[in-house]
Write a protein that binds this ligand. Structure first.
Ligand code: AMP
Length: 612
């Protein structure tokens, strides 16, 4: 293994390296720095975030540019504002002894005038996101016609984010004889195309295997019913008391909802997605960096460029559509020489996606069971014991010791310990003592909406009747999407959708019942009222409902397409008013089920204490 001196770096940089406490070069630095220092040539480096790649291109660039000149000589393009700022900061640290160095960050969401002013003062290196850079070029606020070095950092992410056109446009304003250094975690064909188009005979270096996720990360998956995802997430968090995690969701809405639910349940969580303002995102990231937020729930796009080294777990609340995105997600943990765990919560229908991800990352997932309530209770108890053991004694208590001793004079040590622990521990214990097993075994039927299940056991669900069906153009997927859309529910909130010709059934958690029924009291679809009622049949398509009340089914079918004021037999108001028995039944069902979300008061839910 070489030393930084042996790589050929100059005194100023070596001094900065000592200040930063870097002992030895990382693999990508060892491979890239000598090549970039010695030759004027293009480079393609396959390296994950966290491998030290910023220094791999940063040190050579800092050493090669002319700091006495105010001309812009180096341009680094990065996918996100966060990464752009992070690279700028790193370069400033690396170049702290290079007198006269000016590195300027250019990114959207901040004052363009101020950025232009900084560039005008003479920026030898510009670190930019493609959108803002293009904007500044078109307004002639920057001049990159004399750059000698361009870096495309996280090229795969930039292309994923649709920056191909912008990159092409930006590079067309740079000299042909510059050197281009491309860094990418994976090598999809789009990145190869860029390499071919913009680079001349590049040297290739690979850290780890191509398209392989980092070795520091172990991969686990947990098979659950889709609607148990949230409970599974909580258990995974509770079973790891020191967790510092990023939870990935596929949509902004799910991201917001999962974060809100976690906060409501007492976790230190925050949401990061594109519907937040830049200011809000900055605040969330700040809280995450200083550990006030222990679980960051994020979309893929918003999480790009998250630069936090100590993330212990990446949790895939839902798997991404593209296996490559899995690599980016799991690359957020296992950084800077640390180990990390990537946990995927998957439903039966997603299991096959695990296989394609395994092919891409060339690693096996370990199938694990969601920790049981008993496991969690034990982990939490021992975590509490360790915390108490490590706690420094506060001697302010000394003066109260006598009274306390008096109070516990008749309590022996074991009893006292038990009492003491119970103060913190009871909430967890009460919450988990009757919890069900969330793990789904491979042998069970699919939990997809088209699969067969024993619904009688799902006492936490409400099954509904809805008076639209195939004749209205719905299949199970369309109806599920429609319900999610109008009710503003998450991906897993509507399940067991069963579409018949003129009516259908679906389930939600009981906690959503009130919302669902309230919404459909006065809702029209394609000009007619949509009627939703709690179905008496908790099963899917069994004969229960029809057997019990054929007349009702007839009424519902008969009511199709009629206006409310026609008072058909199927009219909801008339049913309500002329059948007091039904009304009573409906009312009692409503009041029975309108319990607060996640049963019990806040105090009997486990709450996590802040780490700081
Ligand atoms: P990067 O892959 O550039 O995002 O770097 C990840 C982290 O590793 C950053 O916080 C760097 O400051 C740090 N780092 C880079 N090179 C080294 C090194 N040779 N030794 C220790 N830490 C490093």
């Amino acid at each position: 293994m070489s030393t930084f001196q042996e790589l050929g770096l100059n005194e100023d940089l070596l001094n900065a390296i000592t200040d930063l406490g870097f002992k030895t070069p990382s693999e990508v630095q060892e491979k890239a720095i000598p090549i970039l220092l010695e030759e004027e040539r293009d480079l393609v480096a396959l390296a994950q975030t966290g491998t030290g790649k910023t220094a791999a291109f940063g040190f050579p660039m800092l050493q090669k540019i002319d700091i006495t000149s105010r001309t812009t000589q180096g341009l680094i393009l990065s996918p996100t504002r966060e990464l752009c700022l992070q690279i700028t900061n790193e370069l400033k640290h690396y170049g702290k002894h290079c007198n006269g160095l000016n590195v300027v960050a250019i990114y959207g969401g901040a004052s363009i005038t101020e950025q232009a002013r900084q560039v005008k003062r003479g920026a030898q290196i510009i670190v930019a996101t493609p959108g803002r850079m293009k904007d500044m070029i078109s307004r002639k606020l920057v001049d990159i016609s004399k750059i000698q070095y361009s870096v495309l950092d996280e090229a795969d992410e930039m292309l994923n984010m649709g920056f191909y056109e912008d990159i092409t446009d930006i590079l067309s304003h740079t000299p042909d004889d510059k050197s281009t250094w491309l860094f990418s975690a994976t090598m999809p064909k789009e990145v190869s195309i860029i390499a071919k188009k913009f680079m001349y005979d590049p040297t290739e270096i690979t850290v780890g295997n191509k398209n392989e996720s980092t070795n520091q990360v172990s991969h686990e998956y947990y098979l659950v019913n889709a609607r148990d995802r949230y409970q599974a997430l909580k258990r995974l968090s509770d079973a790891n008391p020191e967790i510092f995690s990023v939870v990935f969701c596929r949509t902004k809405r799910d991201t917001q909802k999962v974060a809100e639910n976690l906060i409501e349940d007492g976790y230190n969580a925050g949401a990061l997605h594109g519907d937040l303002s830049q200011n809000q995102r900055d605040l969330v990231m700040k809280s995450f960096r200083n550990r006030q937020i222990q679980t960051l729930v994020a979309t893929d796009v918003a999480a790009r460029g998250i630069d936090v080294d100590d993330i212990t777990h990446v949790i895939h609340y839902q798997l991404p559509d593209e296996p490559e995105i899995y690599t980016h997600r799991s690359g957020r943990t296992g950084r800077a020489g640390k180990t990390g765990i990537s946990m995927a919560i998957v439903s039966k229908s997603e299991v096959r996606r695990i296989k394609s991800i395994e092919r891409i990352i060339k690693k096996q997932f370990e199938k694990k069971d969601i920790p049981s309530g008993t496991d969690i209770v034990e982990v939490q108890l021992m975590a509490l014991a360790n915390k108490i053991h490590k706690t420094e004694t506060n001697h302010e208590i000394d003066k109260h010791l006598e009274s306390i001793n008096e109070l516990f004079a008749d309590t022996d040590k074991d009893e006292l310990i038990k009492k003491f622990f119970s103060v913190e521990f009871n909430r967890f214990f009460n919450y988990y003592q009757k919890s069900k097993d969330l793990t789904v075994s491979d042998s069970r039927g699919s939990d997809r909406d088209s699969g067969g299940r024993d619904y009688e056991k799902q006492s936490n669900d409400t099954r509904y009747f809805i008076n639209v069906g195939r004749k209205d153009g719905f299949d199970w997927m369309k109806l599920k999407d429609f319900l999610k859309e109008v009710l503003e529910l998450g991906r897993d909130d509507v399940f067991k959708v069963d579409v018949k010709d003129s009516f259908s059934f679906f389930n939600t958690e009981k906690t959503l019942q009130e919302k669902v029924l309230a919404f459909f009291t006065d809702y029209k679809h394609d000009g007619r009222f949509v009627n939703v009622e709690v179905s008496e049949n908790r099963g899917r398509s069994g004969g229960g409902r029809r057997d019990r009340g054929r007349g009702k089914d007839d009424r519902r079918s008969g009511g199709r397409g009629r206006r409310r004021d026609e008072k058909p037999r199927g009219d909801r108001r008339s049913r309500r008013s002329d059948n007091s028995e039904n009304r009573g039944e409906r009312r009692s069902r409503r009041s029975d089920d309108s319990k607060p979300r996640r049963s019990g008061s806040a105090s009997d839910r486990p709450r996590r204490s802040r780490r700081k």
